[in-house]
Ligand binder design. Structure first.
Ligand SMILES: [Zn+2]
Length: 372
């Protein structure tokens, strides 16, 4: 990971390169700030810059033997600690999950704790840095460096460290072996133990600037992606949040299109196409079906309000608004409640594993009766 691979963060990068260039390296840093701003990527790029002996334009060269190992995250002087789960047959330490960890970062270094836990197959389990980890850390740092001048220990989310693990680390965090750098990364600084914080040099990582964020989103989602400026503002400089907004808006779009489709078919009393529609939606999976039904409920309510009240109070997207102008007259006092009931019933049965095809076919026929 080179500094040039990081989205924005020019100021922090400048600070980190100067620290190395001027040989004013502290033994422990705490990178803190909003999730999804690139703190983990910054820590790795910093560690690589420390190991690379061939700096070019204030960045690692990307070609020397150290860089080549860093690009695969397999440099022997680079160590990671991160929350894991206690799974059967595996020692609950980071090394047990290191292959998945490397793979996750190499795919995309901007991810949340939940995404990571999902990746390692945690079903509603809390991730933790267990007390077993402290012995591993101490052992690794007491080895001499293999290839670099420096050893780097990156600890992702030290707030997840259990107290006994943290206590065992206080001494080495205060006085690590020579040429060792701790890089602690937290999204919630207030949850990190004060005894840990006091042994580090804090470094606040701000939100990503708008220009860099928009250009990264365009690269990931394509030039035609809409509302990027708005998404950027909402996500407060977090690439992770921005990606989540885009995925959520794609889901809304899917739900909207299906809602429009089923209402049009109901209005036209097109039985054949309605069955086809039900067949298609029966294949998308229960979570998405529930999301569609939730959306339908919300949209019906909004259209009802749209018809009877000031049109400004309903918060709808442009597409939804255009459709609502034509559709809302068909949603009235008589049928709102009945249609709502049908959506609620469908939601209830989907949660209880009803046959989705029968259920959505039935729903479309009910709407046909209620829509005019
Ligand atoms: Zn290099």
């Amino acid at each position: 990971m080179r500094f040039k691979d990081i989205i924005g963060q020019k100021q922090t990068i400048k600070y980190l390169t100067e620290v190395v260039d001027n040989k004013k390296i502290s033994h422990a840093y705490l990178l803190y700030g909003l999730s999804g701003t690139g703190k983990l990527a910054l820590a790795i790029a910093f560690a690589q810059y420390l190991s690379c002996n061939n700096h070019i334009d204030n960045d690692s060269c990307g070609e020397c033997p150290a860089c080549i190992k860093f690009e695969k995250l397999i440099h022997p002087d680079l160590h990671f600690v991160f929350p894991v789960i206690s799974a059967s047959g595996k020692k609950p330490v980071s090394d047990s999950f290191i292959h998945q960890w490397r793979e996750r970062i190499l795919r995309d270094a901007y991810f949340s704790l939940n995404e990571w836990l999902e990746e390692i197959g945690s079903e509603n389990k809390q991730g933790s840095i267990y007390s077993e980890e402290s012995a591993e850390i101490i052992k690794k740092l007491n080895l001499k460096t293999f290839e670099s001048d420096y050893k780097c220990m990156i600890i992702w989310l030290p707030e997840k460290m259990n107290v006994s693990c943290a206590n065992k680390l206080l001494k080495i965090l205060e006085e690590p072996p020579e040429k060792t750098v701790f890089l602690l990364i937290t999204d919630n600084r207030e949850d990190v133990l004060p005894t840990v914080i006091s042994r580090t040099q804090p470094l606040k990582v701000m939100g990503i600037d708008g220009v860099s964020l928009i250009s990264a989103l365009k690269k990931e989602f394509g030039e035609e992606q809409q509302n990027l400026a708005e998404i950027c503002k909402l996500s407060r400089g977090s690439y992770l949040k921005a990606k989540n907004y885009i995925h959520a808006s794609e889901e809304t779009k899917y739900n909207f299109e299906n809602f429009v489709e089923i209402m049009r078919l109901a209005y036209a009393r097109n039985i054949g196409k309605s069955i086809e529609w039900a067949t298609n939606i029966s294949k998308i999976g229960r979570e998405k079906q529930k999301s569609f039904l939730d959306y339908g409920l919300k949209f019906i309510r909004e259209n009802f309000v749209y018809d009877y009240n000031n049109q400004e109070i309903s918060y709808m997207l442009k597409l939804e608004k255009e459709f609502a102008q034509k559709f809302s007259p068909f949603i009235n006092e008589k049928n709102t409640e009945l249609i709502t009931e049908e959506f609620e019933k469908a939601h209830y049965h989907i949660e209880r594993n009803a046959n989705a095809k029968i259920l959505f076919t039935d729903l479309s026929f009910k709407i046909m009766k209620l829509i005019r």
